[in-house]
Design a protein around this ligand. Structure first.
Ligand SMILES: [Zn+2]
Ligand SMILES: [Zn+2]
Length: 139
């Protein structure tokens, strides 16, 4: 049996296909039910309102959305925070601005790496040329 501490309540539990203990699974299911009920009644709810009214943390609601348990299709005003800058988004983990910025950072990093290799190669070439020259002088 694979024992582990539940990341939600800290209690020791036998690991299963879910990553939290059975007690927390039941609590999370319960929280999901409350959220789903609220959204059925108030389709236009936003995430902070849902959290305030149900007592379920925004973090947990975000998880429900990411897991696909809470459908954004039926909740047109529902959104969650971009992991990078925090602005409300409705799909993926980060907003479009952050996605482009990260993409640019990555390209920049690759370019810098390529430049370093190029410089190192140039340096080797210069050294080789110098060596060739001094070899010539010694003769
Ligand atoms: Zn637990
Ligand atoms: Zn962002």
């Amino acid at each position: 049996m694979n024992l582990d501490n539940c990341p939600r309540c800290g209690k020791l539990f036998a690991k299963n296909f879910r990553d939290v203990c059975p007690v927390c699974i039941r609590e999370i299911d319960n929280e999901y039910q409350i959220c789903a009920d609220y959204l059925r009644k108030y389709k236009g709810a936003i995430i902070s309102e849902l959290s305030d009214q149900t007592g379920v943390s925004i973090k947990q609601i975000t998880k429900f959305i990411r897991e696909g348990r809470i459908s954004m299709v039926n909740a047109p005003n529902m959104s969650y925070a971009c992991e990078s800058c925090g602005i409300p988004i409705r799909e993926s983990h980060i907003c479009e601005t952050c996605r482009l910025r990260l993409l640019k950072d990555k390209t920049q990093m690759l370019q810098n790496a390529a430049k370093k290799v190029e410089e190192a190669e140039k340096l080797t070439a210069t050294k080789a040329a110098y060596k060739g020259l001094s070899g010539y002088k010694d003769r």
